[in-house]
Design a binder for this molecule. Structure first.
Ligand code: NAD
Length: 466
């Protein structure tokens, strides 16, 4: 029997959650609404505890802790609560003539017990935002926060039981062995956020029980800068999206492809924007986060130290292992085959590559895996249309970065190597629901036409109706 850190055997947790689902309690509007309101209350009342945990894990600036985690998740819970009745309502759809008389509806129903495995970079948002979808859809859930953000993991384990239905929601802390034990269980839904290597392990575990799975993965999200942009605004928006959370954002621009004519200007504007946002000494800035672990620090510092192969440092480049600080860094002269272009950077290092035109940019993007996000700065309607039509990515933003994930109206998810399935807003609700097709037929009419023995005459009528 697997012992979980809190001491409750996993089999006991599973039995408890399964019994709650079987009781039907989680299906009612009032239970779901109550859980969403309780989660919103937790986020409001415990903001200080949560913010402190995020600061301890990532030195996350309190403003970012609020905008990207605590406030973000609270407004998502409120959004779901306000729309819950509408989302739950069976949706009436048309019934074709051949099926008349009759009526058709799509009825969302809970899947059952869900497993949510989350990553460390937005450790609160990535654990609670899927949970909002799971609860809104009437499921029980186990949340497995990332062990690389141990303070946030602990605060979630402490606080969720104080606010949510403990018969329906459990937090299981731990690393690979605990997650492996969780994946050995039978789930009705698995929702995973993290890297693609582990994503494959999760998908394989889900396949054993034909469990539906959502994989929120990463990749190298390109940012294309066209020849006609307002450079100061473009640079500021790129710098903000890239260096938010010290570059540890799944949808951060990974690298920039800039029109050759504007490369020098862009690099200068990036440098200016870094200074404007973080000052001359970013290590002293209260608004700049730290790298999550020594392993990631070494990996990123190696990218800068080895920048002979990766290009030249044009902005930043400083590192401090005692503080796990890596300065906002821009690299130029990066070759397309440089090591840094072979993996997701996931840190505050931005390679800039010059391209001849929009065709070259599109071709470059299409040579790689389908990214989680794609950014294009361009005034040209034609180039905007072309980039959207000729590339694929989980999401795309014209003339800004990262903000797409703040809209609860837009699905958030990847495609290809960046994952599959989506959430946020209604998409989160549907991700944890089964959309059951229901056809209702009366018995007062029962045409002989559909039944054998078939005759030529019947066939003629069947063809006419279908
Ligand atoms: P991580 O190390 O926190 O791992 C994610 C989860 O997987 C953790 O809960 C961890 O315990 C679990 N895990 C790790 N190894 C495992 C194994 N062998 N078996 C089972 N479970 C295991 O996070 P990470 O993978 O470093 O996250 C970074 C990646 O996640 C990046 O690629 C990033 O782009 C991506 N990401 C994607 C999103 C998104 O929403 N699409 C959000 C954040 C991060």
């Amino acid at each position: 029997m697997t012992q979980i850190s809190a001491g409750t055997p996993l089999s006991e947790i599973m039995a408890r959650l399964r019994a709650t689902v079987a009781s039907g309690r989680t299906r009612s509007y009032s239970w779901r609404r109550g859980q969403l309101d309780a989660l919103a209350a937790l986020l409001e009342e415990r903001e200080a505890d949560l913010s402190r945990a995020l600061f301890s894990d990532l030195r996350k600036p309190p403003v970012e802790a609020w905008t990207a985690e605590i406030g973000f998740t609270a407004s998502e819970a409120a959004f779901a609560a306000r729309r819950l009745r509408r989302w739950m309502r069976p949706r009436r759809v048309r019934t074709p003539l051949a099926l008349q008389p009759g009526s058709s509806t799509i009825v969302p129903e809970p899947l059952g017990v869900a497993l949510i495995i989350s990553a460390w970079n937005y450790p609160l948002q990535l654990a609670l935002s899927p949970l909002i979808g799971a609860l809104a859809a009437g499921n029980a859930a186990v949340v497995k926060p990332s062990e690389l953000a141990p303070n946030t993991s602990q605060v979630l384990a402490d606080l969720l039981p104080l606010y949510l239905d403990t018969e329906a929601v459990a937090v299981v802390q731990g690393a690979v062995p605990e997650t492996t034990a969780l994946l050995a269980q039978r789930w009705d839904k698995i929702f995973y956020t993290g890297n693609g290597r582990v994503g494959r392990i999760v998908a394989a575990a889900a396949a054993r029980n034909l469990t539906p799975v959502t994989l929120e993965l990463g990749g190298k999200s390109p940012c294309i800068v066209d020849a006609d942009v307002d450079m100061a605004v473009a640079a500021r928006r790129i710098v903000w999206g890239k260096f938010l959370n010290a570059g540890q954002t799944c949808v951060a621009p990974d690298y920039v492809l800039v029109h050759r004519d504007r490369e020098v200007e862009l690099v200068a504007a990036l440098g200016e924007a870094v200074r404007a946002l973080f000052g001359e000494a970013p290590q002293q800035s209260r608004d700049y986060a730290r790298i999550v672990s020594n392993r990631h620090f070494d990996r990123l510092a190696g990218m800068i130290a080895g920048s002979a192969g990766n290009g030249a440092v044009a902005v930043g480049g400083g590192t401090d292992p005692t503080d796990r600080f890596i300065a906002p860094t821009v690299l130029t002269g990066v070759r397309p085959d440089a090591p840094i272009m072979g993996e997701e950077i996931f840190g505050p290092i931005l390679p800039v590559l010059a391209v001849d035109d929009i065709d070259a940019a599109i071709a470059f993007v299409n040579k790689g895996d389908k990214p989680l996000a794609l950014y294009l700065f361009s005034r040209s309607a034609r180039n905007q249309r072309r980039v959207l039509a000729e590339t694929s990515s989980g999401s795309a933003v014209i003339n800004d970065t990262v903000l797409q994930l703040a809209s609860p109206h837009l699905p958030f998810g990847g495609v290809g190597e960046s994952g599959f399935g989506a959430y946020h807003g209604r998409h989160g609700f549907e991700s944890f629901s089964h959309l059951r097709a229901v056809l209702r037929k009366p018995t007062w009419m029962d045409l002989a036409l559909r039944y054998p023995p078939y005759t030529k005459g019947k066939f003629k009528w069947i063809r006419r109706f279908m």
